[in-house]
Design a protein around this ligand. Structure first.
Ligand code: FAD
Length: 350
């Protein structure tokens, strides 16, 4: 619960990896800070991802600042192993976290922020928003989508393939989520894969660690590009499930259908095809609802310099996407931006 009249130096909204990373660097200061997190347990949105999910980099490249994830049994850590690491990370540094606390609204009162939550009002001099994207799944608009009678779910709600056994399923989305879910569902269902353009599979030896390092000149040369073009974080990493799907030749990509009808989709050439379900692996938008009252959201983003909001100088945004720093929405990448954020907060209060 909130403590009436207590003024924090900093409140971090969100206790996922981004929030914890900022806390790690704030902990070295004398600031009086608190993390408010909507979840009942540690782990952020990793608590809700699908059962078989594995990270796309080995443990040393899937670690937060200060403490490396213990080496895992297999090269790529499982979701459970990463959740356990996050929980131990919190315990190790004993961060002040109040859980099951959802920040509904942030408003400004004079120089202070008032955070209205389901557990009362909190007051702070500075705020870090680290609420991720998982609460804003994105589904593109297609004509007659409302007429489709089959099942539709977003990848954020996908757990495993059991609901799709012997069904006819379209998986939409050419990134890592689309490829991994298609690989799994295609084992039990008839599938079609819809992507905006031809998806890029990274060579087998390239995984998240190279994406972060941007060190793979060999691959860049192969792509016949200069070093200015970087391997994209949305290119598909060949984790085991994807390798397996490639071996089974399931990754036959189709360009988007033009519309829905009640039993399925209508392809660009006008042919109808019946489907039971659509799995939308079409990404996310930053979750910023709590900041609406500050009137600083433009095109689903807040204009920042590094991570600091340009129009609200005591507010920082960490995680979310490259607009808050290169790879800041990734485990390995968030530390760099978290460090700069903490430094700026400490300076602003001294
Ligand atoms: P989150 O983990 O979403 O944490 C945000 C926290 O804020 C949550 O606990 C949420 O409940 C809370 N919150 C939100 N709104 C409020 C509010 N208003 N009040 C209070 N609390 C709130 N990255 C990698 O580096 N390697 C990978 O292998 C990898 N695999 C991925 C696989 C998938 C399927 C996805 C979707 C992402 C993957 N990522 C990976 C990217 C990234 O690491 C994750 O998305 C990560 O969860 C982002 O962490 P975060 O802390 O920014 O957000």
């Amino acid at each position: 619960m909130a403590i009436p009249n207590k003024i924090f130096d900093c409140i971090i909204i969100g206790g996922g990896q981004a929030g914890l990373s900022v806390a790690y660097f704030l902990k070295r200061s004398k600031l009086n800070y608190l993390i408010l997190d909507a979840e009942g347990n540690s782990g952020g949105s990793w608590l809700h991802t699908w059962d078989s999910l594995k990270l796309f980099s080995p443990s040393q490249y899937s670690s937060l600042s200060g403490w490396q994830m213990p080496t895992t049994k297999q090269e790529y850590p499982t979701k459970e192993e990463y959740l356990s690491y996050l929980s131990n990370y919190e315990k190790r540094y004993n961060f002040p976290i109040q859980r099951s606390t959802f920040v509904e609204k942030v408003v400004k009162e004079g120089e202070l922020f008032k955070l209205k939550t389901n557990q009362g009002v909190f007051i702070s001099k500075t705020v870090v928003s680290a609420t991720g994207t998982a609460r804003s799944p994105f589904i593109p608009i297609y004509p007659k989508i409302d007429e489709f009678l089959g099942m539709q779910i977003h990848s954020s709600a996908y757990k495993n393939s059991s609901h799709f056994r012997n069904k006819r399923v379209v998986v939409v989305g050419g990134g890592n989520s689309g490829a991994q879910i298609l690989a799994e569902v295609s084992k039990v269902a008839y599938t079609k894969w819809v992507t905006l353009e031809k998806p890029t599979f990274l060579p087998e030896e390239i995984d998240g660690r190279y994406l972060f390092n941007q060190a793979n000149e060999k691959y860049l040369k192969k792509k016949n590009t200069s070093n200015t073009l970087q391997v994209s974080l949305s290119d598909i990493v060949q984790v085991e499930s994807v390798k397996d799907g490639l071996a089974r030749n399931v990754f036959k990509d189709h360009r988007p259908f033009s519309s829905f009808y009640k039993n399925g989709v209508i392809w660009q050439d006008g042919k109808k095809e019946a489907f039971d379900a659509i799995i939308w692996c079409t990404g996310f938008r930053p979750y910023l609802n709590h900041l609406k009252k500050l009137n600083i959201i433009e095109n689903d983003k807040v204009i920042t310099k590094n991570t600091r909001a340009v129009k609200e100088s005591n507010l920082w945004l960490v995680g979310y996407g490259n607009w808050t720093g290169f790879a800041s929405a990734t485990i390995y990448g968030v530390g760099k931006t978290a460090k700069i954020t903490a430094k700026e907060i400490i300076n602003s209060l001294s």
